[in-house]
Ligand binder design. Structure first.
Ligand SMILES: [Zn+2]
Length: 321
């Protein structure tokens, strides 16, 4: 096994807001009382869901080993608690730590299992963990498209379909038990806070793939209650509609501010965190699409540099962005 490295935390921001009201946001995330409602729930013969504070990982128990999926929020203390619970509840050791993606709120303190576990993640996760000095285990094994983890009679298939919510997010499939673990890609009617490290077009394709993935009746998200297979279509419909509407306005020559003032997405107003996240969704979708298209009226090299140095001079931008 390769020598592991443990880094220090920079910040746990990403998906904290996904499980809180906006009035709670980041400041309260630092002040809140952590470790609330710690739980372990058996989902299927071999799969368990664990977590606290509205955020969840999973673990899978086979005949001779346990595979844990993810760490947790850095300050929650829930990974240490999980380690103690696993020792009490099961006779087999934790041999694998699987990292769903590099975001700190999902992998923090995963290194607490380094004493017994080999850590696995997508090959793209490594530079993020090292660059950002995540407080996390560092993968010993990486893969590109898929890898099977054998747990003495139970097979866990790790799948990567392309860049989505990050460039390294994977899903974990236990087809014999019809369970799919989709941390931060299984969202249902819950909006992402924004799209800052998302490849929007690839995400739309991957959500379509996940909609059609067989043997995945039970879907475990990273936040909130369990979901069913329909969740991927719910999320895809929203992202597709937002992408199409924002792009139409850009092509029509509207400024970002005009788009923020105009796009209402009313038909999705029942989605969770809609009022809080719609504007940040529009702004970051605009940023993605600005880089996606080339207008007929060519932007000169000088204009592009001026735009980069001073966004108020971007032809399609506005002073508020
Ligand atoms: Zn995330």
């Amino acid at each position: 096994m390769a020598v592991k490295q443990t880094a220090t935390l920079v910040a746990a921001i990403c998906c904290v807001v996904a499980s809180l009201g906006v009035s709670d946001t980041i400041l309260l995330a630092q002040e809140r009382e952590w470790g609330a409602d710690r739980s372990i729930v058996q989902i299927s013969p071999s799969v368990y869901r664990w977590g606290s504070d509205g955020q969840y990982g999973a673990y899978i128990v086979g005949g001779d080993a346990i595979a844990v999926v993810d760490g947790h929020y850095c300050p929650s203390g829930t990974v240490q608690w999980l380690k103690e619970e696993l020792a009490k509840r099961h006779d087999v050791p934790v041999k694998y730590m699987i990292l769903s993606h590099d975001h700190p709120d999902h992998i923090c303190n995963s290194q607490l299992f380094d004493d017994t576990a080999v850590t696995i993640g997508h090959k793209n996760i490594l530079p993020h963990i090292l660059r950002e000095k995540r407080q996390s285990s560092v993968p010993d094994i990486t893969f590109e498209e898929s890898i099977d983890v054998m747990l003495g009679g139970v097979t866990v298939t790790l799948l990567y379909f392309g860049p989505t919510h990050s460039d390294n997010l994977i899903v974990m499939h236990i087809p014999d038990e019809k369970v799919l673990i989709g941390i931060d890609i299984a969202r249902g009617k819950s909006l992402f806070p924004d799209y800052r490290d998302m490849d929007v077009h690839s995400t739309l394709k991957v959500l379509k793939t996940l909609e059609q993935l067989p043997d995945s009746d039970i879907v475990l998200p990273g936040h909130g209650p369990m979901l069913d297979h329909e969740n991927f279509a719910q999320q895809r419909r929203y992202i597709q509609a937002l992408r199409d509407e924002v792009l139409d306005h850009i092509v029509a020559g509207d400024s970002l501010q005009q788009i923020r003032d105009t796009v209402t997405m009313d038909e999705f107003s029942d989605y969770r965190m809609f009022d809080q996240f719609l504007d940040s969704n529009i702004v970051t979708m605009w940023g993605y699409l600005y880089r996606y298209r080339e207008p007929n009226q060519r932007i000169t090299d000088v204009e592009a540099v001026e735009c980069r140095e001073d966004v108020t001079r971007c032809r399609t931008s506005d002073p508020l962005y």
